[in-house]
Design a protein around this ligand. Structure first.
Ligand SMILES: Nc1ncnc2c1ncn2[C@@H]1O[C@H](COP(=O)(O)OP(=O)(O)OP(=O)(O)O)[C@@H](O)[C@H]1O
Ligand SMILES: [Mg+2]
Length: 172
C-alpha cells in the first residue's frame, strides 16, 4: 500500500509540472544547435521518450533555421524562443523580426522553397507538422514571423506496460 501511494504521488507530481523559459540569440547558424539542445533540455522535465525528444529537437531546428536563413537572410537579427510546459504538453514559440512570409499557405506546402539553390528542399514546415501535434504560423511581410508548436508528451508510466519505474519504487 505504501508503495502504491508513492507511485500515485509520483504520477501526480508529473501532471502538475508548470514551467516557462525564454531564449534570445543572434541569427548565426552556429546557434541552431544551441537552441535545439536548450529546448530539449527544458522539455526533458516532462520525461519524454527518446523519440519525443528527437521530434522536438528536429522541429525546433527547422523553425530556427528558417528564421536565420529566410527571416534575416544575410542580415543579423534576434531569434526569440519562448517555451511553456503545462501538465503533459510543451508549447514552443519561435520568432524573428525579419522579412516575413507573403503567403503562409503556399510556404507550408511540401517542396515549396524560395531558396532552391541553397540546398533547401522546402520540407521544413512539413517536418514540423509531422513531428509536432500542432503548428501555427503567423507572419507579416516586413515585420517578421512567429511559429507556434505544441506537442503532447505521453506519460511514460502510463505507456510502458512493464513500468520499470514502478519496479524501481517497489524495490526501495
Ligand atoms: N522565418 C521565416 N521568414 C521568412 N520566410 C520564411 C520563414 N520560414 C519559412 N519561410 C518561407 O517559407 C518557405 C518554406 O519553408 P520550409 O522550411 O518549408 O522550406 P525551406 O526552408 O525552403 O527548405 P528546408 O526547410 O527543407 O531546408 C521558405 O522557402 C521561405 O520562403
Ligand atoms: Mg526550412
Amino acid at each position: 500500500m505504501k508503495n502504491l501511494n508513492i507511485y500515485i504521488k509520483e504520477k501526480k507530481m508529473k501532471s502538475e509540472i508548470e514551467n516557462e523559459m525564454k531564449l534570445e540569440f543572434i541569427s548565426k547558424s552556429a546557434n541552431e544547435a544551441f537552441a535545439r539542445i536548450t529546448v530539449a533540455a527544458f522539455a526533458s522535465q516532462l520525461d519524454p521518450t527518446i523519440e519525443e525528444l528527437a521530434d522536438i529537437k528536429t522541429a525546433v531546428s527547422e523553425a530556427v533555421t528558417n528564421c536565420i536563413i529566410h527571416g534575416y537572410d544575410k542580415k543579423q537579427g534576434i531569434v526569440k524562443i519562448f517555451a511553456r510546459l503545462k501538465e503533459n504538453e510543451i508549447l514552443i514559440e519561435i520568432s524573428d523580426k525579419g522579412k516575413g512570409i507573403e503567403n503562409i499557405d503556399i510556404a507550408k506546402e511540401p517542396l515549396y522553397t524560395t531558396k532552391p539553390n541553397l540546398e533547401r528542399s522546402g520540407m521544413g514546415f512539413t517536418i514540423m507538422e509531422s513531428f509536432m501535434d500542432e503548428v501555427d504560423v503567423e507572419s507579416v511581410v516586413g515585420l517578421g514571423t512567429k511559429v507556434t508548436m505544441r506537442k503532447v508528451i505521453k506519460n511514460k508510466l502510463e505507456n510502458e506496460e512493464s513500468d520499470d519505474e514502478f519496479e524501481m519504487i517497489t524495490k526501495e
